[in-house]
Design a protein around this ligand. Sequence first.
Ligand code: SF4
Length: 339
Amino acid sequence: MFKPKHVYIEKEALDYTLGKELKKQFEDMQIPVDILESNRVNFLRGKSVQEKYEIGKRVLVIGVRRTLEFQSCKPSAHYQLPLVTGCIGKCEYCYLNTNLKDKPFTRIYVNLDHILKKAKRYTQTGKFKPTIFEGSATSDPVPVEPYTHALAKSIEFFAKDPNTRFRFVTKFTDIDDLLHLKHNGHTEMRFSINTDTVIESFEHGTPRAKQRIEAARKAIKAGYPVGFLIAPVFIYPNWKEDYLMLIKMLKDFLPNEESQHPITFEIISHRFTPTAKNHILQVFEESQLPTNEAERTYKYGQFGYGKYVYPKEVIAEIKELFEFGLKHLPFPYEIKYII
Ligand code: SF4
């Protein structure tokens, strides 16, 4: 369970029951709690990029979600469901390093009821049937779940509506409190996994692959639709053996017959933007993340900017490896994409 070193609460959040309860809870835990007069966070002002990152990763901000216009979330879902912003993990390649570079802390929201009410309105437009909401577009929501209960409430909320689906992805394993919920199969839990070489090298502060697979096993047994995101796939000495070993762990540790839904796979090779590389190297000066442009192809994406991706021959090798490896799984599965 994430235990922040410092908690900041927006004054307005204290108008909500959850805000008051969390203030008391953290004070009882002897964690310093400061009240912010506005939603403008300035406790990191004047700090270097590295200091901001180190301090921010141990800070929890409790606030009120003001923007209730949900962003689109292609191709994973129709809309982002803004439950949490930021993450306690320190993955070197993470897109949050770029998107939230001045705010490397985790922010949770006390007005979940407003957020879910807004989700209902999006569903009622009837534009998408079912309407799919993604709960982890700007965060990994699991480490702060014991404080927010946002996933639990969302799962139960979406379970009641046949026209909605909810999904989230995590690298963390603390999901036991979600197992007994009535989800009606409307929530898909996805687990982001990688080889232990990648986890040890680049995914600091996150659980090992076996622990994540163990959490997935529990979710399957609880009847949830479950998927795996194998991402980012890196090419390094012995990468093929390591990724086949990872698939073997799935074969060994997941139940063969208990899944009521095919297990889904989304497989994404590593890619980076020049801006992301620049920021990563400021935070992780000694980073061994493979970001040599000469070994990549520059490709424009659907959002109008380019990324350095592996050359197409390498992507073809990745596809071949995963299609071959997953064929040996003894349970029904569906490969959504390998890119
Ligand atoms: Fe980013 Fe996910 Fe790692 Fe958190 S766990 S730092 S969201 S990649």
